[in-house]
Design a protein around this ligand. Structure first.
Ligand code: NAD
Length: 356
């Protein structure tokens, strides 16, 4: 491979990684000079959020356990009001992309520093991308102010992540790195991280599925998710992310499962336009074909492989293809309606991806 011109911008965050690293929570809060911390999590993780608050004693001013997918503006306003009334000087997000998304929406308006404690593999904690949903429409933007100052990655916190969500969330992370390898802004540093991230997840996920309490495999998976999150936060996205944003935003399909199903087909679509990226993905997952290998990773380990099994309606495929083609992201090859429609049909039916 020869190196051509590139631009590389690093997003600095302090990362504390390791099984049991939640023990450093108070040290990390002090390191941010924070004295009045608001903890954000989703309703399902309220007990864990309250446990965090008890670790912090009087430094924790409240637990706001209402985070939800797509960051509804009403929740942002409610959490902002609580932060203002309680004079919060830091936000801790505990959970996946939904909790982190709420913290980002608050930081974008208030400059409150975020300490993120991710418990899924979605990777949002490493990106400057935020989203807010108002009146049924999700608006996204990029702003460095929303990047967490500190991230604590403790694999022990992922032990409770349900097995199937662990697998689909891990493949969601792989999707970030896969598209980073053929992004318009791709650069050699991010490509290294992306390939390493895919490799770590591909070797960890079958073990996590077979033995959800295997802490070594959980550590590998979270390490991979971190690297894939950096890739997503550093370079652009392409057809795969456009399709998933369309399917999630307009048809309310579950985030991680949608990524898992669409990825092999999006890679098959782009394969001939991005042969070097495909080689690196195939090498990372130890398979002779990137698209087929990722399809098998999902299928063999019990993840859904068909959009029809996660709530998509046959009659909505035309509209989904039209929406995805109407305002496409940059992609290594042309976006053509008929081909995108065929891609969605294959993803809907769950047939193996086209081999190139
Ligand atoms: P999520 O945060 O919605 O979590 C899914 C469910 O799993 C929730 O009920 C949560 O409480 C539960 N959960 C999370 N961790 C758990 C654990 N360890 N044990 C038990 N339960 C656990 O799901 P997600 O896939 O992490 O995030 C999806 C959202 O994040 C989407 O809205 C997506 O758009 C966004 N996202 C944003 C970015 C970005 O860069 N802005 C990147 C990736 C995802």
């Amino acid at each position: 491979m020869s190196i051509s011109d590139f631009v590389y911008s690093a997003h600095a965050a302090r990362v504390v990684f390791g099984a049991g690293s939640l023990q450093y929570l108070e040290r990390e809060v002090l390191n941010l000079n924070a004295e009045r911390v608001l903890i954000l999590c989703s309703p399902e993780q309220r007990a864990a959020g309250e446990e965090l608050a008890s670790r912090l004693g009087s430094r924790a001013i409240a637990v706001f356990a209402h985070a939800a997918m797509h960051v509804p503006i009403e929740l942002v306003s409610e959490a902002q009001e609580l932060a203002r009334a309680q004079r919060a000087d830091c936000v801790i997000t505990f959970g996946g992309g939904s909790a982190i998304g709420l913290g980002k929406a608050m930081a974008q308006k208030s400059d409150l520093p975020i300490l993120a404690i991710p418990t899924t593999y979605a990777g949002s904690e490493m990106t400057p991308i935020y989203g807010i949903t108002e009146g049924g429409v999700k608006r996204t933007g990029t702003d460095k102010r929303v990047l967490p100052k500190t991230v604590i990655y403790d694999p022990e916190l992922t032990l409770t992540l349900p097995t199937q969500l662990s697998l689909t969330s891990g493949i969601n992370a792989i999707a970030h790195a896969a598209e980073a390898l053929y992004a318009r802004e791709a650069n050699p540093v991010i490509s290294l991280l992306a390939e390493e991230g895919i490799a770590a997840l591909a070797r960890a996920l079958p073990k996590v599925t077979a033995q959800p309490d295997n802490i070594a495999a959980r550590s590998d998976a979270l390490y991979g998710a971190w690297l894939c999150g950096i890739a997503l936060g550093s370079v652009g996205m392409a057809l795969h992310h456009k399709l998933c944003h369309t399917l999630g935003g307009s048809f309310d399909l579950p985030h991680a499962a949608t990524h898992t199903i669409v990825l092999p087909h999006a890679l098959a679509y782009n394969a001939s336009a991005a042969p070097e990226a495909m080689k690196r993905i195939a090498r990372a997952i130890r398979h002779d074909n990137a698209a087929t290998g990722l399809y098998d990773l999902a299928r063999v380990n019990g993840a859904p492989v068909a959009l029809k099994d996660i709530g998509m309606k046959d009659g909505d495929l035309d509209r989904a293809a039209r929406l995805a083609c109407a305002s496409p992201y940059w992609n290594p090859c042309e976006i053509e309606y008929a081909e995108v429609r065929a891609l969605l049909q294959a993803a809907f039916d769950g047939t193996p991806p086209r081999r190139n």
